[in-house]
Design a protein around this ligand. Structure first.
Ligand SMILES: Cc1cc2nc3c(=O)[nH]c(=O)nc-3n(C[C@H](O)[C@H](O)[C@H](O)COP(=O)(O)OP(=O)(O)OC[C@H]3O[C@@H](n4cnc5c(N)ncnc54)[C@H](O)[C@@H]3O)c2cc1C
Length: 409
């Protein structure tokens, strides 16, 4: 059996390992357009922060390809798939034949529309190469602007602060992490960022950059001019889908897959940031571009490619992070678009220095946000993940210190 994997990230690597586990002699090829062996993408911000050297974020041993008997085709870009002819087309006109194919090409930064984007020292933040360029730009830089209040924007801002720059964060929504937390939690996080020296403007986007060769200022949609020596853009990601043949493999926002991670083309699978599948908490298809999802989906895709029928339970958004002195945990659907049909219970707030919000649909917990005292987050996640009916009043559940053992009786 010949297995080809497009993408040398954690989804692709997890799939390759799962295939090798079941098929000792299968032919496995990984195609990746970056030249590095697999590395930890979330940790590229540590390179920017100066706590990790560039090129030293490996997630597997240096002998990984040899040990797993994988043929790596690095620095090579897939530009098309011949579904009927069972071949991947590369940018250098090579064709790679396959019996089973995994699309694990991840995502690209969502492009920003603004004038002056071609000025130097304006960066996206997705690859080790981006982090290397950012570090080079730090020399002599005093002020930075970070666009986006999501995970990537946060990590960029933190790294730049650690390097001693004055950082202004511009967030389009009304509060940071608006995809992960509700407004009360968002405002607590915002206060914490400001308390630690970040300047944050909400409800703002950039319409242009000014400079002479290198960026010297960002101009907001309100016309405010913010002087800066570098800019990092972290406005979310879009699945890499440009090489997917239209009409032959269904694509919505991401590549649509079933519970076996198979696309609408038999024998062709997708996993990780590129894939779209049913989200456990939302009950509809969603792209959850997160590391643990990429690991789990890659593994299950690999098992299915190797002939073992394994169902993936569905994707689930989840995150635990430390924002200076706040522990933040978020799982599932915490801000349902229409609150009708949902029940929301919450307790705490800024004054109490902790906050807890639960979102229920009928008798199922579908979302949870916790700020500080997050120890019970794992139990809440398990209730959501396993769709365990809640038979007690949710007001009891939301109280800190609730004994979850009571759910068993
Ligand atoms: C700065 C940053 C911080 C993050 N922090 C967190 C975090 O705290 N928690 C969390 O859960 N997630 C975080 N993430 C997200 C996490 O890194 C991703 O969810 C994860 O890396 C997805 O893995 P993947 O294998 O699907 O895709 P990727 O890691 O993107 O790997 C895809 C691979 O495919 C290659 N590729 C793409 N197109 C082609 C092509 N046409 N031909 C050949 N190769 C191609 C790419 O070069 C890449 O090597 C962060 C991401 C970033 C950038």
């Amino acid at each position: 059996m010949k297995h080809v994997i497009i993408g040398n990230g954690i989804a692709g690597v997890s799939a390759a390992e799962a295939i090798r586990l079941l098929e000792a002699t299968a032919d496995i090829t990984i195609i990746g357009d970056e030249t590095f062996p697999p590395y930890s993408r979330p940790m590229i911000s540590h390179v920017l922060a100066g706590s990790q050297p560039h090129g030293k974020l490996p997630i597997r041993s240096e002998h990984f390809y040899a040990d797993q008997k994988i043929t790596p085709l690095l620095g090579r870009r897939a530009v098309g798939i011949d579904v009927a002819g069972r071949q991947v087309l590369l940018a250098d006109d090579t064709r790679i034949g396959f019996d089973r194919l995994l699309i694990a090409a991840g995502a690209d930064p969502r492009p920003l529309k603004a004038e002056g984007l071609d000025l130097k020292n304006i960066f996206y933040m997705r690859t080790q190469e981006h982090a290397k360029q950012q570090v080079a730009a730090l020399d002599g830089a005093r002020r930075a602007v970070v666009l986006g209040g999501g995970l990537v924007g946060f990590k960029a801002a933190y790294g730049l602060l650690r390097r001693g720059l004055a950082v202004t964060m511009l967030i389009t929504s009304g509060y940071p992490l608006s995809m992960q937390v509700d407004e009360t939690a968002g405002r607590m996080i915002l206060d914490e960022l400001v308390r630690h020296g970040l300047t944050v403007q909400v409800g703002v986007t950039v319409r242009a950059f000014e400079g002479n060769g290198s960026v010297r200022a960002a101009v907001t949609d309100a016309g405010t001019r913010l002087p800066c020596d570098m800019v990092i853009i972290g406005k979310g990601v879009l699945p890499c889908r440009t090489f997917i043949p239209k009409g032959q493999i269904e694509v919505d926002l991401g590549v649509v897959v079933d519970e076996h991670l198979q696309t609408t083309a038999p024998g062709i699978y997708a996993a990780g940031d590129v894939a779209e599948m049913v989200d456990i908490a939302r009950g509809c298809r969603w792209v959850n571009a997160l590391w643990p999802e990429a690991v789990g989906q890659g593994r299950v895709a690999g098992l299915n490619m190797a002939g073992r029928e394994v169902a993936y339970p569905g994707s689930l958004s989840r995150n635990v992070m430390r924002v200076f002195d706040l522990d933040v945990l978020t799982v599932g659907n915490v801000t349902p678009r229409e609150e009708a049909g949902y029940r929301i219970v919450q307790t705490g707030g800024a004054a109490q220095k902790y906050y807890r919000r639960l979102v229920l649909r009928d008798d199922l917990l579908v979302g949870a946000v916790m700020i500080n005292r997050i120890e019970q987050g794992g139990v809440l996640r398990s209730l959501i993940e396993n769709r365990i009916p809640i038979r007690l009043p949710p007001e009891r559940l939301v109280a800190p210190g609730f004994n979850f053992g009571q759910l068993l009786y």
